[in-house]
Design a protein around this ligand. Structure first.
Ligand code: NOJ
Length: 761
């Protein structure tokens, strides 16, 4: 007969339950630190070093499985990255984790990381496109969808957001950035962290975020990836670091070091960055991971003599986890023995990693969230996620030109759809798509047909892919154009022309696209152009030849329906440029928040190269800071974008014309939709500090808001500007707001707006 539980037995069971509860409910910081101490007190040096090892799945084959399993069993692996188990065994994920949890000495779960950059299987627009939405909520929601999908497969860590500032569209990884501005990148990068990490990192659908690349990677010389970055400390602190600081303040779990050198010191061995700034100044308590192979790359950098030296430099600079290479495994124990790295430093590094593993609550949720294929199927690419991706894409399109209101298209027009990217399921996904699959892409052509009807759409690509130079398709494209009322050219860049290691010196439309557009324009038919690309392109005459131009970036899985809706006016375009669009590559770097110069160029003092007289020593009205051929303005300014409506800005008002150091100024204006369709405007708040102890930018973004207004509707927008938002790093490298005169604008872009003035006492 079964023995009934006695009261004391029940009490004991209850007590046991209570003692395990803190692990199930949200764990307090004190609980976590206690757990870390307990674990550290039991771990051997080998096991500790094991936690610092992030192994790259791509390096292994099926034959390596027994050795990998043994390494996990021995406590020699902390986590894996970019795992694609389907090539080995669908259950390998759970099996490796089971070995770690059940058979390794301390049962510490593995952390699985992946580049979940703009979606997992449901692909959202590339980050630069998402930034064009100027919509933190959209970015937060997109990251949440990605987190829910990736965690279904057991991934709990993503190598995103990339919050490098870049002022160079030649750099292929600009597609992964959130643009050129520190404020916009801070707001949007933080939103991405919030989306990935959710309300609670311990929720099994949350991913630990990883801000990268620390720091200055986006300033690679000449746009060449992995190249040296030279950034003066003030620029570093005022422009490149604020997005990282904002993300750290928002609780971002990890940071990745940069491949590049910053002022001649590799990001993977730079104590100024990963010790002084990140830990001492900002109080970051997550972990720092090296970039893939970046520890060993300090050897070709000429900074480390050999692997041992590289391990010593990285570990002493505060790189907690080593991605892919195994210099820590081989040399840290030795370095400790020889007094070149201390046990305390090792404990610190392990603690930083365990802290995040504990916050992720991996002990409670070690296995893939979906559990089985049927559950996974319900999560991945669900209708709700696809709808989110479509709505996100719709908000990223930037209308740059629209002569005679060619757009939106009308359903009674016959449209000739031409160009290599109208039906390009892979290209529309953009760079960095590990799990994105073109077979799920919704392309443009069927979406247009669905809206306008089969008979209204004729299609002839003209070119097979964006770099194609073969003109054999031109005749069919021209014939299609002849049959149509409007030409819709869909071109730009394939996804492989941006992304890691894919920079370009010539940023014109690749292949024979410019020639095809020129011939199409010669037909005299109205020509609308959609560009899909991971960077702004040099447009030259193509811009004049097109009556309308819309930048669509690489919009992701739902590109087709999203674009078709906007092209046919179901929605008005609502994106704005998150960077300055250069006239040509020779104008780079060109960015709106540049420092004031002694001879600023204006439209009045600028003379074009073809207007300069011959035989003169000095042309009139004199010299200023510009390029004779490209001028002094970008082709389209930061913040720019049109809609199917028009907006009027009026009645700028400042709450006061003088504020003190603890005060907040309120700046308001009325925005009116003067057109006859509903549309979204993004009023932007800019300031200029007129005189400083160091020169100051001609404008700096300090706020923005997305507002949708019905035709004829007016709304008052009010921005708060705290005196602390006027701070910058002064001549002594202290962060201060200096008293003096300021200009302030509420503006539709960085080159326009209503202007006011105030004084900071
Ligand atoms: C190298 C890239 O620079 C980095 O951004 C990425 O996260 C890692 N590889 C891992 O794939």
């Amino acid at each position: 007969m079964k023995k009934l539980r006695t009261w004391p037995g029940l009490v004991a069971a209850l007590l046991m339950l209570l003692t395990t509860l803190p692990l199930q409910a949200a764990q307090s910081d004190t609980d976590i630190e206690k757990r870390i101490e307990q674990l550290l007190s039991k771990m051997t040096t080998r096991e500790k070093v094991g936690q610092l090892a992030l192994r790259d799945w791509g390096t292994y084959s099926r034959e390596d499985m027994p050795a990998i399993k043994q390494a996990i069993r021995d406590g020699k692996v902390g986590g894996f990255l970019n795992v694609n188990f389907s090539d080995v065994d669908d259950n390998a994920f759970a099996e490796l984790q089971r070995i770690a949890v059940e058979e390794s000495p301390r049962g510490i779960p593995l952390l699985f990381g992946q580049d979940v950059i703009h979606g997992y299987e449901t692909i959202f627009p590339i980050p630069l496109g998402q930034a064009a939405s100027w919509n933190p909520d959209l970015i937060r929601r997109g990251a949440r969808v990605a987190a829910r999908e990736a965690s279904a497969d057991g991934i709990r860590w993503t190598f995103a957001p990339m919050i490098d500032i870049s002022r160079d569209p030649r750099w292929g990884r600009i597609a992964e950035t959130l643009g050129e501005d520190p404020y916009l990148t801070s707001v949007l990068g933080t939103a991405m962290v919030e989306g990935f990490q959710g309300d609670d990192l311990g929720d099994p659908s949350s991913l630990a975020a990883c801000g990268k690349h620390f720091a200055g990677y986006g300033a690679a010389e000449g746009g060449r990836d992995y190249n040296s970055a030279y950034i003066p400390e003030r620029t570093l602190r005022d422009i490149y670091l604020p997005p990282f600081k904002a993300a750290v303040d928002a609780g971002m779990a990890s940071v990745m070091s940069s491949y590049s050198t910053l002022n001649d010191i590799p990001g993977t061995a730079n104590p100024l960055l990963t010790q002084q700034i990140l830990r001492d100044e900002w109080g970051f308590d997550g972990f720092v991971v090296s970039d893939w192979n970046s520890v060993m790359e300090m050897i070709p950098h000429g900074f480390a003599r050999d692997a041992r030296h590289a391990a010593k430099l990285a570990a002493n600079a505060g790189i907690d986890m080593e991605m892919h290479t195994d210099t820590y495994e081989h040399y840290l124990p030795l370095l400790i023995e020889e007094g070149e790295f201390s046990k305390r430093q090792l404990d610190n590094a392990v603690a930083n990693i365990l802290r995040i593993k504990l916050r992720l609550d991996l002990w409670q949720h070690p296995y893939p969230r979906a559990g089985n294929a049927a559950a996974r199927e319900k999560i991945i690419r669900s209708d709700a996620f696809l709808a989110e991706a479509e709505s996100a894409a719709e908000q990223t399109f930037v209308l740059l030109k629209n002569d005679d209101q060619l757009l939106p298209l009308r359903k009674d027009q016959t449209v000739a759809v031409i160009g290599p990217l109208a039906e390009a399921p892979h290209e529309q996904l953009g760079t960095w798509i590990y799990n994105g699959d073109k077979k799920y892409s919704h392309t443009l052509l069927p979406a247009l047909r669905q809206i306008a009807g089969e008979s209204r759409i004729v299609h002839a690509p003209g070119l097979a892919y964006s770099r194609d130079t073969d003109r054999k398709g031109f005749a069919a494209a021209l014939a299609a154009a002849e049959k149509a009322d409007v030409i819709l050219y869909v071109g730009g860049e394939e996804s492989i022309l941006t992304g890691e290691g894919h920079s370009r010196g010539d940023i014109r439309l690749p292949g024979a696209q410019a020639q095809l557009v020129a011939e199409l324009a010669d037909t005299g038919k109205p020509l609308a152009m959609v560009l899909m690309a991971g960077r702004p392109l040099q447009l030259d005459e193509t811009l004049q030849q097109a009556d309308a131009l819309m930048m669509a970036w690489h919009p992701g899985t739902m590109a087709g329906p999203a674009l078709a809706d906007v092209l046919y006016g179901e929605k008005s375009p609502s994106g704005r440029l998150p960077l300055s669009w250069p006239v040509g590559a020779g104008q780079i770097p060109i960015y709106y928040n540049h420092m004031a110069t002694g001879r600023p160029a204006t439209d009045e003092n600028y003379t074009r190269i073809d207007e300069i007289e011959t035989g003169v020593f000095q042309h009139q009205p004199g010299n200023s800071s510009n390029l004779l051929d490209y001028g002094h303005r970008p082709l389209f300014p930061f913040g720019y974008g049109l809609t199917y409506s028009k907006f009027r800005y009026s009645d700028l008002e400042l709450s006061t014309d003088e504020i003190g150091a603890d005060d907040t100024l309120r700046v308001s204006a009325t925005i009116t939709n003067t057109g006859d369709v509903v549309a979204t405007e993004i009023p932007q708040l800019y300031v200029r500090d007129l005189v400083g102890s160091v020169t100051r930018p001609v404008r700096e973004l300090k706020g923005f808001e997305r507002i949708e207004l019905a035709a004829g509707e007016s709304r008052r927008v009010t921005f708060s500007l705290g005196a602390d938002q006027l701070a910058f790093h002064n001549a002594e490298m202290q962060s201060v707001a200096e008293p003096g005169e300021f200009r302030v604008w509420i503006a539709p872009n960085a080159e326009a707006g209503l202007e006011g003035r105030f004084t900071l006492r």
